[in-house]
Ligand binder design. Structure first.
Ligand code: ZN
Length: 130
């Protein structure tokens, strides 16, 4: 089975083709779609042409299906959604909402954390996942 990503609110699938599709809004109220490669740790991404985001700018992320916020309420510029892997295991994926920041965490049902990307030193305490 192909990996599926779900919104944690409506459990609608948020990936299609090879992309995870998120709805984004910038501080300056620009809106559009934000496409992330579905392979965790692959930071190829794409934006709607209406979205002009500078590196380091924090964007708000929403489910494209139900429009609920995917932002983590606690601390830092992070967002969370669900991944169902090819063994049907469910886990949480946590990404940075800071544009250009290559940070991903995968938290499985036993709360084991796997980290991907770079610059993870500002996150040393996994408490804020949970
Ligand atoms: Zn949703």
């Amino acid at each position: 089975m192909k990996v599926t990503y779900l919104c944690p609110h409506c459990r609608g699938a948020i990936n299609a083709g090879n992309n995870i599709i998120l709805s984004a809004k910038t501080r300056t109220k620009q809106v559009g779609l934000f496409l992330l490669h579905e392979e965790i740790g692959n930071y190829t991404s794409d934006l709607s042409s209406t979205l002009i985001v500078e590196k380091g700018e924090v964007v708000d992320l929403f489910c494209p299906v139900c429009h609920e916020s995917l932002n983590l309420s606690k601390k830092d510029a992070l967002a969370k959604f669900i991944m169902i892997d090819d063994n049907c295991n469910e886990c949480f994926i946590i990404i940075s909402r800071k544009y250009g920041e290559k940070i991903t965490f995968k938290v499985d049902e036993n709360k084991h954390v796997k980290t991907y990307g770079e610059k993870i030193s500002r996150f040393i305490d996994p408490e804020w996942f949970l």
